[in-house]
Ligand binder design. Structure first.
Ligand code: AMP
Length: 689
């Protein structure tokens, strides 16, 4: 039987583990018995790479051609490291580490190792994940799955039977990054519910604070002496930091130009100097709890992972914010590799089961500890594309798949595309990962080119359904279908042009564009909507937005009952729209039926130059119908098209009177609201196409 192997490919250290013959995950140490291999690559005199401890020694001796921290440049196509007489890309350097660990495992297990699970930081974007896969291929490995590091640590923790579902916050503070993930461990499944983090917050920042503390104690003359050797102080600070994890005080001693520079660092002084860094992790933790709508009472405990959680100030802070001591029971340096090996075992077991012939016996499980047999994750980044703003004045990042959704996941969106129709049409999509609208703040995954539009047909505009998906490893795939005829189009990925994101800081070129549109959804939020009707209405709003081309259409949201509330001003940002839908509450505008939304719709759309629509949803009879009808007519009068949708106890005659035409008044049942709203949006998108 093939061994179940997992590799923690870390920034500073890497490790490999397998699930042993007793069904327990176990670290595979190197020939010297070391569990951790430095992620460092040096070269011998003939240019042959040397990985791990040997290379680290060369580095400490001042050898320059030693590559380290290259994981930070994974996915950066331009990065090169010169060593051993040639240039190396980050995946090539990582492949050296992976190959080293592969051989280490093969020697220890006495069998070939090919299929493995490799861990990556939760926040790794698509290009960084692709680069990791490539490193695996170069090392002769077949990567079964890329697993996120906090998930792996949580799985290593979760491999023990427990009566109840546990909800943990995995607090992962390493050398350069902080990740906080909320993980639910049930009897059957381990599920990551959400993640937050800061990728420029880690042990190195604490080192800097300690440097500051030490410098404060030195004379100007001593500081000037040290200024010539900045590295020496930093290396000493890191050592002192580790000492302070075990003792209350530690000494600095640096011999320089015949003098010895001395200073003392105390645990208290260090904690005070780094308080804001600690608070930052607390801020991100609270932000995550808010995002997933949970409180500390819902959390079983906080699981510390990563070397920097050894600092007492972190353990104390965890207790301070959660009210409970940090959870124990996993090795902070081994947990990720152990979890990866466990995941490999679960995947191999699932594969064996899928291939099992009917009537044959179920295979023995590889992993024989308790705990969940299924792991599901979310993606830490929203997936988006660069679009033109509704007013066509600027470019923005429009979110398609919001972050913290369970993977694998996919979404399909329509895009209107202006055709030349001569067979040379190319639709260009710039895919991004990031939360903001700002085109400078997101990561670019590539330039996706859609081709294969028929040369004939005389169409001026096509509606293309583009499907974006995340697989189990959070890798992105794109597919496109031409709505007319349903033909699948070709999608290929190209390298990003040099002028990205610079070109998106300029206003979009005018002319030849597609017709923009603004739509307000106005939802009745009176008492009768509470419970299932509101859920159905939210579903309908999502179905509606899913059928709109947000690169040309802005969507706003209004709630009304006794009063009228603008829940969201029209925007192209998919995340803002989703958040506004989530926030809809019965009672936020009272419980009765005194108000109507038409004056507000008219006011909001008065200055809008685009095609303007309002879709009104009602489930009952409004108190002042005559007034509402006259206000709705005022909207029609200024060119705003009103579509009225009724269900439940809605008044048919009244809705026909407020709609712009009889065809624009629709009646349905609660269970069909999503279909109806989806169809309305489809028609809006296709009109003009
Ligand atoms: P990791 O990326 O998880 O290996 O964490 C590396 C970081 O942990 C580095 O910044 C180390 O300085 C830090 N670290 C390791 N051991 C200790 C310790 N005993 N006390 C404080 N920080 C530590």
């Amino acid at each position: 039987m093939e061994p179940a192997v997992g590799i923690d490919l870390g920034t500073t250290y890497s490790a490999v583990a397998w699930v042993n013959r007793d069904g327990v995950p176990e670290i595979i140490p190197d020939a010297l018995g070391e569990a951790l291999t430095p992620s460092v690559v040096g070269f011998d005199a003939s240019g042959t790479p040397i990985v791990g401890a040997g290379a680290k020694v060369a580095q400490a001796e001042g050898e320059e051609a030693v590559a380290h921290l290259f994981k930070r440049w994974m996915g950066d196509a331009a990065f090169r490291f010169g060593g051993g007489g040639r240039e190396w890309t980050p995946p090539e350097l990582s492949a050296q580490v992976l190959g080293h660990l592969k051989r280490q495992a093969e020697e220890a297990l006495g069998t070939a190792v090919r299929r493995v699970v490799v861990t990556v930081p939760e926040y790794f974007t698509h290009p960084e994940r692709e680069a990791t896969l490539k490193a695996g291929r170069l090392a002769g490995l077949d990567v079964l799955r890329l697993m996120s590091e906090p998930t792996a640590a949580a799985l290593a923790y979760g491999l023990r039977p427990a009566a109840e579902t546990r909800r943990l916050l995995v607090y992962d503070l390493g050398g350069g990054t902080f990740d906080i993930s909320l993980v639910e461990i049930g009897a059957e499944e381990l599920r990551v519910v959400g993640a937050e983090g800061d990728h420029e917050l880690g042990g190195r920042d604490w080192d800097d604070r300690l440097v500051g503390e030490l410098l404060r104690q030195l004379t100007t003359e001593e500081s000037e002496l040290l200024a010539d050797r900045p590295g020496a102080l930093l290396v000493e600070a890191e050592r002192i930091k580790r000492t302070l994890s075990a003792r209350r005080a530690a000494e600095l001693r640096i011999a320089i130009e015949g003098r010895t520079i001395r200073a003392t660092a105390t645990r208290e002084g260090f904690a005070a100097a780094s308080r804001d860094l600690v608070e930052m992790t607390g801020h991100l933790t609270r932000k995550l709890l808010e995002e997933v709508d949970l409180t500390w009472d819902d959390i079983t405990g906080v699981l510390p992972v990563g070397g920097s959680t050894r600092m007492p100030m972190i353990r104390e802070f965890i207790e301070e914010i959660s009210g409970k001591p940090p959870m124990a029971g996993i090795h902070p340096d081994h947990a990720v590799a152990l979890g990866a090996a466990a995941q490999a075992a679960l995947l191999l077991e699932a594969e064996a089961e899928a291939l099992r012939l009917p009537g044959t016996a179920v295979a023995e499980p590889i992993l024989r500890l308790g705990g969940p047999r299924k792991v599901s994750n979310v993606v830490a980044h929203s997936l988006g594309m660069i679009a033109e703003s509704a007013d066509r004045e600027r470019y923005l990042n429009s979110v398609l798949l919001p972050r913290n959704q369970r993977i694998p996941s996919q979404a399909t969106r329509p895009y209107k595309f202006r055709l030349k129709g001569d067979g040379s049409d190319e639709m260009e999509i710039f895919l991004t990962q990031g939360e903001t609208e700002n085109v400078q703040d997101c990561a670019y995954l590539g330039r996706y080119i859609v081709t294969g539009f028929p040369a004939k047909g005389g169409r001026r505009e096509a509606v293309v359904d583009v499907t974006y998906s995340y697989d189990d490893s959070a890798l992105v795939d794109v597919a496109a279908v031409d709505r007319v005829g349903g033909a699948r189009l070709d999608v290929k990925v190209e390298q990003l042009p040099e002028d990205i994101p610079g070109r998106f800081l300029l206003p979009p070129a005018k002319g030849g564009g597609r017709e923009p549109m603004t739509v307000y959804l106005a939802f009745d939020l009176s008492g009768s909507m509470s419970g299932p009707p509101l859920s159905a209405a939210k579903g309908a709003a999502r179905a509606f937005v899913g059928q709109l081309d947000l690169t040309t259409t802005a969507v706003g949201l209004i709630g009304f009952s006794d009063s009228v509330k603008v829940e969201l001003k029209a925007t192209n940002n998919g995340s803002s729209i989703e958040r506004a839908i989530q926030r809809l509450r019965v009672g936020s505008t009272g419980y009765g039926n005194d108000a109507d939304p038409f004056d507000k719709i008219k006011e909001l759309l008065r200055r809008d130059q685009h095609r303007r629509f309002a879709v009104v949803l009602a489930d009952g009879v409004w108190s002042h119908q005559q007034k509402a009808i006259s206000r709705a007519r005022a909207c029609h009068g200024v060119g705003i098209e009103v579509v009225a949708v009724g269900f439940g106890g809605a008044d048919h005659g009244f809705l026909r009177a407020v709609a712009s035409s009889d065809e624009q008044a629709l009646f349905t049942r609660m269970g069909e609201l999503s279909d109806v709203f989806g169809t309305i949006a489809r028609e809006l998108t296709e009109s003009g196409a």
